[in-house]
Design a protein around this ligand. Structure first.
Ligand code: BGC
Length: 507
């Protein structure tokens, strides 16, 4: 009986043939670990045309072509967080997070995207917001660009146009000047890969430019330059503010579908083409050789020069070393393979064809409401160790991690609870094995507009009633569990709060 009670806290192992019982170190996050939650401006703010705000491509296109969003909705109002920000900060406070990741809407502070006019009401709003966060001991973790490009550049080449790099530089300088005395964590750009794929390769998201196998690389290149420009401006003009600047990438973990050599190569190519495309220039000083070789070979087969323009020596120097941390958005693992069936599977030319691998998610992993996102926490552990081993153990923050469910799950979102617990457990293991990951942000604080998917998928720790004029927020089980994890720094799998006992209260 005694043994059974104590067993969970001890490990049995033999030393010189004798079995000894040794206390295992309790898994615990250190007090300074940055627990947070994430959101982005267009997805939750609403108030798309108030207080002098200019239009972004996301204000413009869903109005003009509602069918680009699956449920034909938009984020004109969404969770109304611009108006309800004081209430949201109270929620963050009750949740106990140490940091809140949100993005600044470029056109709130520069309505036509340029410094021709700086909107004092936009600046005042974010200053009030940041001050209130700090008064509540919550560190602002600010994304400068989370996809809502000013419409002025959207029609005009957007991230395909090198001028956007300079305009982005002008904008971030205004942000550093206006908020840098208070904000010490800056993300320049959120997820170049996803943005360039959906907006400039597939043409599914604003500004709806379909340029397969070309626009995608040009967009990525300009985003790298834009990121580097923002970093250099901070480094040269604002370093005295004492903050950190980094880039956020999305990175899923690839697993070989079989033991074949081709599948092992597919894993390496996946990592080089999806993650290395952005991380290698920043950390190592150039595109990965696997990427340049594959795109050059595919282009040659199609009778053209490489569709991936090499970085010039000057550009390489400009981009190299521009990070104080790396932000990682991680949601799922994927199975990858390369065999005959992949030939002819994708349009030519296209990024997918250049990579030349098949991808699927494993049916045995617990499912979310999105087909391509499943729970597999060991993949998260492997990703963190890969970053450590391949990129000289950079400071990493997990700037997004989350699990979408349908509204049918209600408040009792156990699958999300399991997901968060398992991923945090994997993160602790990775830290124990040397990963320099110092923060973790759940995507998302509350349900929000999910880009092309509209309002179908519920990532929120807090449910939002979008039909209610007050957009009532209600804590799900996952909010209550996350709060307890933050409070104790540990994961207690027996903690099972009933969200319905909270009688629909906010907290
Ligand atoms: C984006 C978020 C998005 C989330 C879930 C990430 O790609 O940064 O804006 O809501 O994934 O789909």
């Amino acid at each position: 009986m005694w043994l059974w009670t104590v067993l969970p806290f001890f490990t049995l192992f033999p030393v010189d043939g004798v079995v000894v019982v040794t206390p295992e170190l309790e898994k615990r996050f250190p007090d300074n670990f940055l627990f947070g939650v994430s959101s982005s401006a267009y997805q939750i703010e609403g108030s798309w045309n108030v207080d002098g705000k200019g239009q972004s491509i996301w204000d413009y296109y869903p109005h003009k072509q509602p069918e680009i969003v699956q449920d034909c909705t938009n984020a004109d109002v969404t969770a109304d967080s611009y108006r309800l920000f004081k209430q949201d900060i109270q929620i963050l406070k009750h949740l106990g997070v140490k940091s809140y990741r949100f993005s600044i809407s470029w056109t709130r502070i520069l309505p036509d995207g340029t410094t021709n006019y700086i909107n004092p009401r936009g600046i005042a709003h974010y200053r009030k917001f940041i001050d209130l966060l700090l008064e509540n001991d919550i560190l602002p973790f600010v994304t400068l660009f989370h996809w809502d490009l000013p419409i002025a550049f959207g029609k005009n080449g957007s991230w395909l146009n090198e001028n956007t790099v300079d305009r982005f530089g002008d904008y971030v300088r205004v942000a550093f000047l206006a908020f840098g005395d208070k904000v010490k964590h800056w993300i320049t750009i959120n997820e170049p890969y996803i943005l360039c794929l959906y907006s400039y390769e597939l043409g599914m998201l604003p500004p709806l430019i379909k340029s397969p196998g070309k626009g995608f690389y040009e967009c990525g290149r300009n985003m790298l330059l834009g990121h580097a420009k923002a970093y250099r401006i901070y480094d040269e003009e604002f370093r005295f503010q004492g903050g950190e600047v980094g880039l956020t990438l999305d990175a899923q973990w690839p697993i070989a579908a079989s033991g074949s050599e081709e599948d092992a190569e597919a894993v390496k190519d996946y990592l080089a083409l999806y993650v290395g495309q952005y991380l290698d220039p920043v950390i190592k000083g150039d595109y990965p050789q696997r990427l340049t070789a594959r795109v050059a070979a595919a282009s040659a087969r199609q009778g053209t020069e490489s569709r991936l323009r090499p970085l010039t020596e000057e550009e390489k120097k400009f981009i190299h070393g521009t990070y104080d941390f790396i932000g990682i958005n991680h949601y799922t693992s994927v199975m990858v393979y390369r065999n005959e069936s992949v030939n002819g599977m994708y349009e030519k030319p296209s990024f997918y064809d250049d990579v030349g691998i098949g991808i699927y998610v494993n049916d045995s992993w617990p499912a979310s409401s999105l087909d391509f996102m499943k729970e597999y926490a060991p993949g998260f552990y492997s990703l963190l160790l890969y970053l450590k081993d391949t990129y000289n153990n950079p400071l990493v923050y997990i700037t997004e991690n989350g699990f979408p469910l349908s509204s049918a799950e209600g408040l009792d979102d156990r699958k999300k609870v399991n997901y968060i617990r398992n991923y945090l457990d994997a993160l602790m293991d990775a830290r124990a094995d040397g990963s320099n990951c110092q923060g973790y942000f759940v995507w998302s604080l509350m349900d929000s507009f999910e880009w092309a998917a509209g309002y179908q998928y519920k990532f929120g720790l807090y449910q939002v009633d979008f039909d209610d004029p007050d957009k009532k927020r209600t804590a799900r089980k996952s909010a209550l569990v996350y709060k307890e994890i933050i409070r104790t720094g540990t994961i207690d799998v027996s903690y099972d709060p009933d969200p319905y006992q909270h009688n629909g209260s906010l907290y």
